[in-house]
Design a binder for this molecule. Structure first.
Ligand code: AMP
Ligand code: MG
Length: 493
């Protein structure tokens, strides 16, 4: 008997049967709540007090399927590290259904780590506590940083051990997304030459996410064009935070421009454009600075999939799709430029703003500067009570940095705002706290080794408040000591 009711209003489940496989989550031994996201409960119109109970934990573990849920696993395909996989699908996830929030937005409620499904292939359908905590921390940090992302509603332990690198405690993450439709979902139908399925999917995506495209001369082209824009904006935001997704496969690329599928992801401490963390990215395909071009490749796969809808005449379809993909570099550059203008305290536009920003990044790379702290210290440098000792310490070669600062200050002098106002604006844009890798690892270690979730909860409190200034020696803004540096991150799936 479970008295908690959730106001499900499911639409994906009404699509044709071949879009998914209906299946309930597989129950676990002993669900126990790790954390509930009360702020997200409020947005979804859910009763957080009721969900913070054992009954709630039972729902988040998949042991109780609440009334109105219509559990299913979604079908999709994708290119993984450039190689085509005709069928992936939710191998360890269950879409319970959708809930329309107090903001009127429809969102998916999905359990990740909920047991084997039709799509599990050789996998166990489970998730270990480490990756669940990492996704919880990083996705909620991204949200607090203003980056479109899937959210974390709850995490539970299962009371079961799963086999990864040895035995690990199992966990389930309740993930909330504006939808879980991926480039790979379109590829799934396109590869099967299932044009009816493709059209049904595209019409569904347009109705749910891009209603303005309905009025366009060619709605499918309009949708593609919007996906290009949203994804370009998303990756420019990652760029502005030093974030590396790590597994930018087409099945991990959302068609609504949310960051999705946090695996071996990480924020850089020391800036270098070629940084890779993921232990499975042998070829450095998804290195930090490759992300914009990889995105273009992924978008080209979407464009290719949409060809039969764009025009029945293949030649015309190709030229339209090509035009959208060719427009991407400019769309991305525009998004990146506005991102870095804000980071550098600029409210007006000048032609060489992007090169100003990129020259700073080059100087940071040469000097092994800390990505996050550099922008904090640049703000300190131009504030009324100017203090340039911290920023100087980031640049061992002061010559190139000094030249850059002279250019930046000349540029700032063209702004209508005072330097101090620019510094204030910079502090609203540049976070003091990001979930640094060594802090995430420490939170995971404590949970895995001793079942202690305090380190995780304390880190959550910090990352949810990223723009508040911290003392410069605060644990949460200090880069890792040499022996704390995390060189590799693991999927752990
Ligand atoms: P991801 O790395 O999360 O993007 O997953 C890639 C594919 O592998 C998806 O189809 C997942 O559903 C599947 N997968 C990942 N981990 C597991 C697991 N433990 N059991 C079954 N399928 C999995
Ligand atoms: Mg995935």
């Amino acid at each position: 008997m479970n008295a908690i009711s959730l106001p499900f209003d499911n639409s994906y489940a009404t699509l044709p049967e071949r879009f998914f496989v209906r299946q309930a989550p597989v129950p676990v031994q002993a669900p126990s709540l790790i954390r509930l996201n009360r702020q997200l409960c409020a947005l979804l119109g859910l009763d957080a007090d009721a969900l913070a109970t054992q009954n709630g934990a039972d729902i988040f573990a998949g042991n109780t399927v609440p009334d109105g849920a219509d559990p299913l696993s979604m079908a999709y395909a994708g290119h993984q590290f450039g190689g085509w996989v005709p069928q992936l699908g939710d191998g360890r996830a269950t879409l319970l259904g959708e809930i329309i929030g107090t903001d009127g937005i429809r969102r998916d409620i999905q359990l990740k780590g909920s047991g084997r499904t039709h799509f599990s292939r050789g996998g166990d359908g489970r998730a270990a506590v480490g990756p669940v905590l990492r996704e919880f921390i990083v996705s909620e940090a991204m949200h607090a940083l203003g980056v479109p992302t899937t959210r974390a509603l709850a995490a539970v332990t299962t009371g079961e051990e799963i086999i990864r690198d040895g035995y690990m405690p199992g966990a389930v993450l309740t993930r909330v997304a504006q939808s879980h439709i991926r480039v790979g979902t379109f590829q799934y139908f396109a590869a099967r030459e299932d044009v009816d399925g493709l059209k049904t999917l595209a019409d569904y995506v347009i109705a749910r996410h891009y209603p303005e495209a309905t009025a366009a001369e060619n709605p499918y082209r309009a949708m593609l064009s919007e996906v290009v824009k949203r994804q370009a904006t998303l990756v420019s935001k990652w760029f502005g935070l030093g974030f590396i997704h790590g597994v930018m496969n087409t099945d991990n690329t959302s068609v609504i421009g949310e960051t999705i599928d946090y695996g071996p992801c990480a924020f850089m401490d020391t800036y270098h454009p070629t940084t890779v963390f993921s232990s499975i990215d042998y070829m450095s395909r998804y290195a930090f600075s490759n992300q914009p071009s990889i995105l273009q490749w992924n978008l080209a796969q979407l464009a290719q999939s949409l060809l039969p809808l764009i025009n029945t005449d293949m030649e015309s379809a190709v030229s339209v799709a090509q035009a959208e993909i060719d427009a991407y570099p400019q769309v991305f550059e525009k998004a990146l430029t506005s991102e870095f203008r804000l980071k550098l305290g600029l409210a007006t536009s000048h032609d060489d703003d992007l090169s100003l920003a990129m020259d700073l990044l080059e100087c940071m790379a040469e000097n092994e500067a800390d990505f996050t702290n550099t922008f904090q210290y640049l703000a300190d440098m131009i504030a009324t009570d100017a203090d340039d000792s911290d920023i100087r310490a980031q640049f061992s070669d002061p010559k190139s940095f000094d030249q850059w600062v002279t250019r930046w200050k000349t540029r700032l002098a063209n702004e209508t705002r005072s330097f101090d106002e620019c510094a204030t604006a910079m502090r609203q844009k540049n976070p003091a706290v990001i979930p640094r890798n060594h802090l995430v690892e420490a939170a995971i270690r404590a949970a895995e080794d001793t079942g202690n979730f305090n380190v995780f909860n304390n880190l959550m409190d910090e990352v949810l408040d990223p723009f508040r200034l911290r003392a410069s020696d605060s644990h949460y803004v200090t880069p890792p000591a040499p022996d704390e540096i995390v060189h590799q991150t693991f999927c752990g799936t």
